[in-house]
Design a binder for this molecule. Structure first.
Ligand code: 13P
Ligand code: SF4
Length: 332
């Protein structure tokens, strides 16, 4: 028999009381899943808060790379995912494609000792491990500028994977030269060489959307995530990570209109009035939306029955080097 939403919530709460479990939910989750999270936040906050939480089981409601980061930083915990959902951007690069990218730099006359790789946290553990082995580190959209500033002190070329938009936006902010692998630029002339990955959700926003809102509501502010194309970021009033956007928007005066270029579920619950989604197409992250209350219930039931489903497992080598890449970021 199909349980109603209220019945599912009650059963989930019963399991949460009975089991040594913490439910972790990303800001982009559906409202009903987000509401049952014991720990909520952006991808970095979730990994950091879960590290200091002492439950044996973590039920992670988000996408694969985020659950992996939790497992890498807290290897002794059993981390399970109600839905094994993959971030489209993270799937654009694997270890082999990372190696091919390094080779492209080598072919352009840049040897490995002159390359410092940085991977956006939206990448799988295998790529993080490769980056760690080459002396590089992870960054998030909130600390990318700081990480790149530190990395540049080593006087090396930065290979930035997988998000070309974040890499180019940070380069533009810092007055650095950037290019995208395969765009025909002489790689040796760029400070930051970006892999050609992107987020399909954040590609939905256009300069036409910005012009539309500016014309419709003179004085409106435009706030976007740095996974948007550089042309969008340049035409906006504020560019920030998920947590930075939340702070910026919730601190605006009540009558200030703002149009926001990021994931729908987050924008929808941000601020009751004067907040618009910067797109005529609903910018929902399909994989973030896959997780339902039924999935959370099913996974808690599997823990209770002693056979947890969808447990994240990472081999020892990948675990070691991915942790080093993440720890280098956390140390900064
Ligand atoms: P955060 O790191 O801000 O949580 O965002 C991850 C993400 O997938 C953005 O699209
Ligand atoms: Fe990945 Fe984009 Fe979804 Fe974020 S919004 S999880 S980058 S596909």
């Amino acid at each position: 028999m199909q349980l109603t939403t209220e019945q599912l919530k009650d059963k989930i709460n019963e399991y949460k009381k009975k089991l040594d479990v913490t439910v972790v939910a990303h800001f982009y989750q559906r409202d009903e899943v987000f509401e049952i999270g014991d720990i909520t936040g952006d991808s970095l906050e979730l990994a950091q808060k879960t590290m200091v939480d002492d439950s044996e089981f973590v039920v992670f409601c988000g996408v694969g790379f985020m659950g992996q980061s939790v497992k890498v930083l807290s290897p002794h915990k059993c981390v399970v995912m109600p839905k094994v959902a993959c971030c489209a951007m993270a799937t654009m690069i694997d270890g082999a494609q990372f190696n091919v990218s390094v080779k492209a730099l080598n072919d352009a006359g840049i040897p490995n000792e002159n390359i410092l790789p940085i991977t956006y946290i939206n990448s799988n553990a295998e790529v993080k491990a490769k980056v760690g082995e080459m002396g590089g580190m992870v960054c998030t959209s909130s600390n990318a500028k700081k990480i790149i500033t530190t990395a540049l002190k080593e006087g090396k070329k930065i290979l930035f994977v997988p998000d070309r938009c974040l890499g180019q936006n940070i380069a533009n902010q810092m007055g650095l030269k950037s290019c995208v692998l395969g765009d025909g630029t002489n790689l040796a002339e760029s400070d930051i060489i970006c892999f050609n990955g992107f987020c399909s959700v954040h590609q939905l926003f256009s300069v036409d959307d910005i012009n539309f809102y500016r014309k419709k509501f003179p004085g409106i502010l435009i706030a976007v995530h740095p996974e948007c194309d550089p042309s969008i970021c340049d035409a906006s009033d504020f560019v920030g990570s998920t947590s930075q956007l939340i702070r910026y928007i919730t601190e605006l005066p009540e009558d200030q209109k703002v149009a926001v270029g990021t994931e729908f579920n987050l924008v929808n619950r941000l601020r009751p009035k004067n907040t618009y989604v910067l797109s005529s197409t609903k910018p929902e992250c399909p994989t973030m939306n896959e997780t339902t209350l039924q999935d959370v219930y099913d996974i808690l039931k599997s823990i209770d029955e002693g056979e947890p489903l969808n447990e994240i497992k990472i081999d020892g080598h990948t675990q070691k080097w991915a942790k080093i890449a993440l720890d280098r970021m956390l140390a900064l």
